[in-house]
Each structure stands twice: as C-alpha cells, then as structure tokens.
Design a protein around this ligand. Structure first.
Ligand SMILES: *[C@@H]1O[C@H](CO)[C@@H](O)[C@H](O)[C@H]1NC(C)=O
Ligand SMILES: *[C@@H]1O[C@H](CO)[C@@H](O)[C@H](O)[C@H]1NC(C)=O
Ligand SMILES: *[C@@H]1O[C@H](CO)[C@@H](O)[C@H](O)[C@H]1NC(C)=O
Ligand SMILES: *[C@@H]1O[C@H](CO)[C@@H](O)[C@H](O)[C@H]1NC(C)=O
Ligand SMILES: *[C@@H]1O[C@H](CO)[C@@H](O)[C@H](O)[C@H]1NC(C)=O
Ligand SMILES: *[C@@H]1O[C@H](CO)[C@@H](O)[C@H](O)[C@H]1NC(C)=O
Ligand SMILES: *[C@@H]1O[C@H](CO)[C@@H](O)[C@H](O)[C@H]1NC(C)=O
Ligand SMILES: *[C@@H]1O[C@H](CO)[C@@H](O)[C@H](O)[C@H]1NC(C)=O
Ligand SMILES: *[C@@H]1O[C@H](CO)[C@@H](O)[C@H](O)[C@H]1NC(C)=O
Ligand SMILES: *[C@@H]1O[C@H](CO)[C@@H](O)[C@H](O)[C@H]1NC(C)=O
Ligand SMILES: *[C@@H]1O[C@H](CO)[C@@H](O)[C@H](O)[C@H]1NC(C)=O
Length: 442
C-alpha cells in the first residue's frame, strides 16, 4: 500500500491511482479497508447530539444503514479494527423498535420486508461473529434476529400468488401489491442462517418453502439460474419484471451455501454452484470487474442501487467460506474487481473517494455511502478465509435466543402465518411516500 504523495506528478494523466492494493498482502488490503470504512462513516452523524443513532445522513434510507452496520461488523471481524464497534452496537440497539424485531415506529412510512431483512442480516452477523452482546436485561442478537425473522415469516401471504412476502409491510406504502424477490430472498437467507446457527430444522423448512415459491413463479429460473426482480399481485405474479439485481442473485447464492454447509445435502451444493455459474452476469466480460448490470452502464443507479455491489461481494465471500471449493472462482472475481476499484477511488477532496462504476477510466464524479461500502466489501472479503468461519451456537457463538427473551409476542405468530395481512392497520391514509422504488428503473 502506498498513498500517492501530495503534489505528485502525473496529475494530468487520467489514470492516477491513489490507493494501490496488493491483493497478496493482508496489510495492504487492511489499509485500503481502513480508508473505505472511514469513507463510509463520513456519512454518519447519528452520534452527534440531536441526531438519531443508527441512521446515516440524507438521502440514505433506514435499510441501507442496517446494511452498513453489517458491513462494519464484517470489517471489524476481518481486520480487527474495533474503531466503530461501539457505534455499530448502539445503532443496532437503538433501531430495534419496541417489539425488538427491527420495525421501529419512525420507519412505518417506508419500511418494507426487504428493509427489515437487512437489519435482520446485521443481527445475524453479530451472532455469527460473536459480537459483544447487549446487557443481559436486553434481548440478545439471536433473539433480535429470531424476532425479526418470525415477524417476516408471519407475513407469508397465501392469499395471492400462492404465497411469498409482499414488498411492503404496511398497506399504506407504495409497493404493497408487489411481491418482490429481495423480500423473499431476505426470508430465505434469514432462514438459512438461523438454521445453521441454531441447528433448528424448522428454519430449513422455511428456506425450502421460500425457494420453492420463488422458483415456482419463475422469479428464479432453474434452467439458467438468473434471478429476477418480482411481480405484482394484480397479475397473480405472472408478469415478471426481468431486471436482474446483483443482490438477489448473491443472497440466494449465500443462502444456498449456508444450507449446504448445515444440511450437507447435495441439492444445496448444486444450487450454490448453479447460482455461482450465473454470477458472471454482474462482471464485465472482458475485465471481470464487478458491475450493477441493470443500471450502471447507463448511469441510472439510484442511491439504493449504488450499494448493491457491497452485498454481491459480501455474499460471495461467505459462500467461499461455507462451500470451500467455490473459493478460487470467487477470489478471482474479487481480485479482478480490485483493479477497477483502484482506478475509480481517486475522487473527492481526499483523492480516495470511490465512484459508482469501476469500469470507466477514473472517478465518475459520484460519491456516497453505497460506493464506499461496495469498495470496502470487495477488499475486506479478499481476507475472508483468513478469519474464523461464521460461528454457530455450538461453535463459538454466545448469543441467547428468544427462549430468554421477555418479548415472546412475535414468536407465536408463526403458527398463524396463513392469516395473511393480519396485524396491519387498515384505515390509514395513503402517505404517498415512494421509497426504494428500484424496480421502477427501466
Ligand atoms: C499474488 O500471488 C499469486 C500466487 O503466489 C501470484 O500468482 C500473483 O501474480 C500475485 N499477484 C500479485 C498482484 O502480486
Ligand atoms: C461520530 O462518529 C464519527 C465517525 O466515527 C467520528 O468521526 C466523530 O468524532 C463522532 N462524533 C462524536 C460527537 O462522537
Ligand atoms: C424517532 O424520531 C424522533 C424524532 O426525530 C427521534 O427523536 C427518535 O430518536 C427516533 N427514534 C428512532 C428509534 O429512530
Ligand atoms: C396464482 O398463482 C399461484 C402460484 O403460481 C397458483 O397456485 C394459483 O392457482 C394462481 N391463481 C389463479 C387464480 O390463477
Ligand atoms: C425451532 O424454530 C421454530 C420456528 O421459530 C420454533 O417454533 C421452535 O420452537 C424451535 N424449536 C426449538 C427446539 O427451539
Ligand atoms: C428459464 O430459462 C430458460 C433458458 O433461458 C428458458 O427457456 C425458460 O423459458 C425460462 N423459464 C421460465 C419459467 O421463464
Ligand atoms: C447434483 O449435480 C450432479 C451433477 O450434475 C448430479 O449428478 C446430481 O444428481 C445432482 N444432485 C441433486 C440432488 O440434484
Ligand atoms: C462448512 O464450512 C466450514 C468452514 O469453512 C468448512 O470447514 C466445512 O467443510 C463446510 N462444510 C461443508 C459440508 O462443506
Ligand atoms: C488531492 O490531489 C490534488 C491534486 O493532486 C492535490 O492538490 C490535493 O492536495 C490532494 N488532496 C489530498 C487531501 O491529498
Ligand atoms: C464469544 O463471546 C463469549 C462472551 O464474551 C466468550 O466467552 C467466548 O469465548 C467467545 N467465543 C469466541 C469463539 O471467541
Ligand atoms: C439465558 O440467559 C442466561 C443469562 O444470560 C444464560 O446463562 C442462559 O444460558 C440463557 N438460557 C438460554 C436457554 O439461552
């Protein structure tokens, strides 16, 4: 790692590289990760008096904050840098909501099942990385994850399209009639991780049920293993939006890897490999540099979408750990992507700000939380196999589950899951707040 000296020559050349990343050097990778983690946190002021803990600055939605804390948990575990741990912990705990399931009242105008899933994922990472638990009078990471999962599973809706989760939790939010893949991917990965962590096979059943539904509708095509965006209930989910987002593919990939690692069933091994064999869609064919194919080459990635490559890298990394013979292919993809990051992350006043696309020559004049998070996930996952694999309750994890939780209200709901839509307040005016509308991007 070498930071280019201030005032270096060659400024005029378009190809100045501010961060050189030696992919064979853990110090070099860790230093690059340090720079990108710092870049991420430059969009956080929730620790300042008068601001809300856990939320990043505008325009970042609540869901992306959950995703960001998850990335920083990975950052700590992989690099050993504890700088942000206190902020990660206080943020996750501040945003649990009063039911301890990551449905805080302030987010009721925007929160969808997919949004909740990204906080669920962070709580699961806290379990799997044995992150410092909340005090014993507070629900532990596992309890929070189980509550979040149970509340999502409770929303399984058999009244339309034969099952599945809607995009939105609340009827008054735009997108309530859409059943999107990412919400169901969230349920799937949540189930797969809880199964492996707790060794409770009820979660495997949920994962199988979700997989079967997603495949049955054609959201995930078992011929080419492409994963599509979703469909509206007005067509009984038959008119599919065929946009492919990297996080959908990545989450099914990692979920399959978790399920194989836990069940050791060949079918999940095959599905992991089939999904991995289709991941090339998100890598430029000549350079093998990662890109968000649905929006990036036309510069139409919105704020949410600018972060999607982070989840692709994160879940490829976990897959490499959980199904070890995928490691070489996955690391090759990440290594080839580093070249793109090096030439893009030369922007801003600090000269290390990352752009959205890593394909172009140089920085593309965009910046943000998602850009930094994406670069961070790629570089830190180069080291993922040098640290312990995700822990389970019986091997290294220490978080207590809902049997120790004072709030059991959400745990019983799963048994009445076919009461679709129950619990949703019906008589609220449409607030007209349109969020997370990535499926509208043509
Ligand atoms: C990293 O190490 C591998 C194997 O030792 C080698 O093939 C590769 O060229 C090295 N890459 C760089 C960028 O030094
Ligand atoms: C808030 O967090 C940022 C990022 O970690 C840090 O730079 C800043 O000093 C913190 N501010 C306060 C008031 O703690
Ligand atoms: C909800 O919003 C209020 C008003 O902005 C704020 O004081 C409070 O801390 C927020 N709570 C959460 C959990 O975000
Ligand atoms: C709606 O789709 C589901 C799942 O594909 C199917 O089982 C059901 O029969 C369909 N309903 C109608 C009315 O077509
Ligand atoms: C397994 O998980 C299911 C679903 O959350 C729960 O109902 C059941 O009690 C759990 N079983 C055990 C043995 O913990
Ligand atoms: C799945 O993909 C194959 C190959 O591209 C295609 O022939 C088939 O029609 C697709 N199936 C569905 C249900 O879309
Ligand atoms: C997994 O794939 C192999 C190779 O294609 C095939 O022989 C085997 O039957 C598959 N197993 C399952 C359970 O699908
Ligand atoms: C599960 O993951 C661990 C950690 O990488 C690995 O050692 C083990 O072989 C994996 N299990 C299977 C069945 O692949
Ligand atoms: C960024 O690069 C410019 C041009 O080389 C230089 O003038 C400036 O001092 C650099 N800023 C930092 C923070 O390194
Ligand atoms: C996990 O954390 C607990 C509580 O701090 C600790 O006792 C245990 O040793 C940790 N496990 C690992 C694998 O570090
Ligand atoms: C419940 O919590 C206590 C204290 O934190 C712990 O000792 C005990 O093992 C936990 N029990 C279960 C079933 O998680």
């Amino acid at each position: 790692m070498r930071i280019q000296p201030v005032g270096a020559l060659l400024v005029a050349a378009a190809r100045a590289v501010a961060i050189e990343i030696d992919v064979n050097s853990s110090e070099s990778i860790t230093h690059a990760a340090f720079i990108f983690s710092h870049g991420m946190m430059s969009y956080y002021n929730g620790n300042v008096s008068g601001e809300t803990p856990g939320l990043f600055v505008s325009p970042y939605y609540w869901w992306e904050a959950g995703a960001a804390w998850d990335t920083l948990l990975g950052y700590w575990f992989i690099t050993g840098d504890t700088t942000y741990n206190d902020q990660v912990k206080s943020s996750l705990l501040f945003q649990t909501g009063t039911s301890y399931d990551f449905v805080p009242a302030n987010q009721s105008t925007t929160e969808g099942n997919d949004d909740q899933a990204f906080w669920l994922f962070a709580a699961l990472t806290a379990c799997e990385r044995n992150f410092s638990n909340p005090s014993s009078d507070h629900p532990q990471w596992l309890a929070l994850a189980q509550n979040a999962f149970d509340s999502m599973a409770y929303r399984w809706d058999t009244a339309h399209c034969g099952g599945g989760l809607r995009w939105q939790i609340f009827q008054w939010n735009h997108g309530y009639t859409y059943k999107n893949t990412i919400s169901n991917a969230g349920l799937f990965l949540g189930a797969a991780r809880l199964a492996r962590y707790t060794s409770n096979d009820s979660y495997v059943e949920w994962a199988e049920k979700t997989w079967d539904w997603v495949v049955g509708l054609g959201y995930l095509n078992e011929t080419n293993y492409f994963v599509y965006d979703g469909a509206d209930i007005s067509t009984n989910c038959t008119e599919i939006d065929y946009l492919q987002w990297s996080y959908n593919a990545a989450i099914f990939l990692a979920g399959s890897a978790y399920l194989y690692n836990y069940t050791q069933e060949e079918i999940w091994y095959n599905r992991t490999w089939n999904l991995l064999n289709s991941i090339y869609v998100f890598f430029q064919s000549d350079t093998s540099i990662m890109y968000e194919v649905a929006c990036e080459t036309v510069s139409l990635c919105n704020t949410d979408e600018q972060s999607f490559k982070a989840y692709l890298a994160r879940y490829m990394g976990l897959t490499a750990v959980l199904v070890p013979d995928t490691n070489d292919i996955i690391m090759n993809y990440l290594i080839s992507t580093v070249a793109g990051i090096e030439q893009s992350c030369v922007g801003g006043t600090d000269n290390v700000t990352c752009g959205t696309t890593w394909l172009n020559e140089g920085w593309d004049n965009t910046w943000g939380l998602g850009q930094e998070m994406s670069a961070l996930e790629v570089v830190q996952n180069l080291l993922i196999t040098t640290v312990d694999p995700p822990y389970t309750a019986s091997s290294g994890g220490s978080s207590n589950g809902i049997s120790n939780d004072t709030d059991t209200s959400t745990t019983s709901k799963i048994t009445t899951a076919d009461k679709a839509g129950a619990g949703v307040v019906t008589s609220v005016v449409l607030l007209g707040i349109i969020v997370n509308s990535w499926w509208l991007v043509a």
